[in-house]
Ligand binder design. Structure first.
Ligand SMILES: CC(C)(COP(=O)(O)OP(=O)(O)OC[C@H]1O[C@@H](n2cnc3c(N)ncnc32)[C@H](O)[C@@H]1OP(=O)(O)O)[C@@H](O)C(=O)NCCC(=O)NCCS
Length: 177
């Protein structure tokens, strides 16, 4: 299972021991505002962990917990998975952070490393991301990564803004960074 590191973060594959840290994020209504729209219970977070562990075992990628290297605290989570959770569909990237760690550029920092993993290690031909059309913070992370807006599509029982980039877009974005 692949651990990724950035300047400020260590991305570790999600395991049972992360329940308390992930629950602190998933139980915050503000974090969940543009996701399911409501806070998640401890049982729902444990079910998410169970699903994610199965995907790590089956695919070799899924969700990571983000640990702040300086404090050792679990401050977020992010993923490389598949759109609609369907392995025949393109790879999808996603993120969420504990609210006291927003606006520090941490989502963009983690996103860069997860995208690098998808393109360089998984050899993904393209990567997409979806968000609620009003979720400006998430859309901004997608744009900063070098993704382009593709339109509105229905995913996860929600009308979503879809962003995407190809492998060659990624290499252009890396080269010009
Ligand atoms: C989306 C989220 C992960 C962004 O995290 P973050 O670390 O604060 O993002 P960054 O600091 O990397 O900021 C990225 C950009 O978004 C902008 N931004 C951040 N919050 C914003 C907001 N509320 N409204 C508009 N823009 C915002 C930042 O200014 C920055 O823009 P810049 O590139 O021009 O400087 C965080 O807001 C979050 O956890 N939200 C709740 C969960 C969620 O919605 N996840 C995404 C589901 S699709």
């Amino acid at each position: 299972m692949t651990i990724l590191t950035t300047e400020r973060l260590r991305l570790e594959p999600i395991v049972d021991a992360h329940l308390d840290g992930l629950q602190a994020i998933n139980s915050d209504a503000e974090v969940m505002r543009y996701l399911s729209g409501k806070p998640e219970s401890r049982e729902q977070t444990q079910l998410m962990i169970d699903r994610v562990k199965e995907r790590w075992a089956a695919w070799g990628y899924s969700w990571w917990s983000f640990f702040e290297r300086e404090s050792g605290q679990l401050i977020g989570a992010g993923c490389i998975q598949h759109l609609g959770r369907d392995p025949v569909l393109p790879h999808e990237i996603g993120w969420r952070l504990r609210r006291d760690h927003w606006h520090l550029g941490l989502a963009s920092e983690a996103a860069q490393e997860m995208a690098r993993f998808a393109f360089d290690q998984l050899r993904a031909p393209q990567l997409c991301a979806v968000c609620h059309p009003d979720n400006q913070a998430s859309a901004r992370v997608m744009q900063r990564l070098g993704m382009a807006y593709r339109g509105i599509e229905r995913w996860y029982e929600m009308d979503c803004a879809v962003y995407g980039m190809t492998r060659s877009d990624w290499h252009v974005a890396c080269f010009s960074a």
